[in-house]
Design a protein around this ligand. Structure first.
Ligand code: FAD
Length: 411
């Protein structure tokens, strides 16, 4: 029988969730250096289908980890959203709304930082199977078996760990597709005005999501990343031509961008599933916990990088306590993902998705547009600016209601 290697923590997947968990672990407890292994099926720098928009919440997490964002980036300071009932200005007086990076360089920067801090990353190796008992977890990989105290499933939307330990539930998997096109920055408002654009008008045509246009740099050259998110699980989507319908909606959202020519070139589009948060799920079972897309991220926008960091921080705290002998620490992680600030934010986003993506969506878009000040609170809350998303719900509602009642006109 193949011999196994004993280790404290095995992390399946070296994307943002796995690497954030590892980075918070070595930050909290430097003595764990050399005792954490991340298993990654690919090798950094690896391509990831993602628009790479980092909201301010993610920037706060990077600050907390002492990581300088040392990759090419575009800082977006203006934003607009088209909705079925009119346009919304998302700008916040010149504050950065998002920092757009490319995932290959961002993730490999995180991986390098983690390696330098003493995290071992085993690349080109897949997690294959998981067997746990009261004394530990056996994790079979393409590079041998690890006998770990704890396994973190951070292996993305199609998580092998989730399937093996928590079952294969697919009702909460939506998807997004995207493409990149080279642009002249002098003639492209996304660059001249440093803005991003969202378009929710497709909700009226039964797509539960929105199209986006982000400025970004690929190999130093200005590009637009254009994409469309649909929260609906595959079972609820009419079969046949579903991808071409999404592309048609994206083309309709940005008619001035020459996307039409790409329509027939399937290879120019990349699509990927997004698992979103559902309060009915559990995120800990015995010695196995889930983080990032494997657990479930923002159902409204499909944003997941800030969740990956938030989960990573909570997971690292729980793991340190567990290794110190607190046998309830991993169950507490599960509770934090349901009842803590992160869980409450995701529950509110799930609530918003149920209403904004419902047959009554026009009413909810109208309510959201009632007051400019209320919109600003909503944008700051979503972005986690100045930790507003951690303010207790009652105080937040009181602030929002005061803003709505003051009825400041929408700018
Ligand atoms: C088109 C699109 C656009 C998006 N745009 C944004 C955006 O602008 N901003 C934002 O915040 N979020 C965005 N997201 C969501 C974001 O990409 C994810 O939420 C984020 O990548 C989650 O990080 P993660 O570490 O949980 O998973 P991943 O980034 O998927 O990382 C999982 C890692 O696990 C590895 N892996 C998988 N299976 C195994 C296995 N069996 N064994 C070992 N390793 C394995 C994978 O190779 C991967 O490296 C977008 C998603 C899509 C599809």
């Amino acid at each position: 029988m193949e011999s196994s290697r004993r280790i404290d923590v095995v992390i399946a997947g070296a994307g943002p969730a796995g690497l954030a968990t590892a980075l918070f672990l070595v930050k909290n407890r430097p003595s764990l250096a050399g005792r954490i292994v991340a298993i990654e099926k690919s090798a950094h720098p690896r391509f990831k289908v993602c628009a790479g928009g980092l909201i301010p919440k993610t920037m706060l997490a990077l600050d907390e980890l002492g990581i300088a964002l040392d990759v090419p980036k575009v800082e977006v300071i203006r934003g607009e959203a088209a909705t079925p009932v009119g346009g919304v200005d998302l700008s916040r007086g010149g504050e950065v709304l998002a920092t757009v990076i490319r995932r290959d360089l961002f993730d490999s920067m995180l991986a390098r930082t983690a390696s330098e801090a003493g995290v071992e990353i085993v690349e080109r190796s897949r997690v294959l199977d998981i067997v746990q008992d009261a004394s530990g977890v056996d994790v079979s990989t393409e590079h041998g078996i690890f006998d770990a105290q704890i396994l973190v499933g951070a292996d993305g939307s199609g998580s092998r760990v989730r399937r093996a330990v928590f079952g294969a539930r697919k009702e909460t998997i939506g998807r997004a597709l995207m493409t990149d096109i080279a642009v002249d920055p002098e003639r492209t408002p996304e660059f001249t005005e440093r803005r991003y654009r969202f378009d929710f008008r497709c909700v009226s045509r039964r797509i539960n999501g929105y199209s986006w246009s982000f400025p970004c740099l690929i190999g130093g050259a200005p590009h637009l990343n254009l994409g469309i998110y649909d929260q609906r699980p595959r079972e609820f989507v009419e079969t046949g031509g579903e991808q071409s319908r999404m592309i048609a909606e994206l083309v309709a959202a940005f008619p001035e961008i020459p996307l039409d020519g790409l329509k027939r070139h399937a290879t120019q589009w990349q699509s990927f599933p997004i698992r979103w948060f559902d309060a009915g799920d559990s995120y800990a079972s015995g010695r196995v916990i889930l983080a990032g897309d494997a657990a479930g991220v923002d159902p409204l926008m499909g944003e997941g990088i800030s969740c990956a960091f938030e989960h990573g921080k909570l997971a690292a705290n729980a793991i340190c306590k567990f290794l110190d002998g607190d046998s309830g620490a991993l169950r507490a992680y599960d509770r934090a993902l349901h009842e803590g600030a992160a869980g409450k934010k995701l529950s509110k986003l799930a609530f918003a998705a149920r209403h904004f993506y419902s047959p009554h969506h026009r009413l909810f878009f109208r309510i959201a547009g009632i007051s400019r000040r209320a919109q600003e609170i909503g944008v700051d809350w979503y972005n986690g600016a100045r930790h507003l998303d951690e303010v207790p719900t009652r105080r937040l509602i009181a602030r929002w209601a005061r803003a709505v009642l003051s009825r400041e006109p929408v700018r």
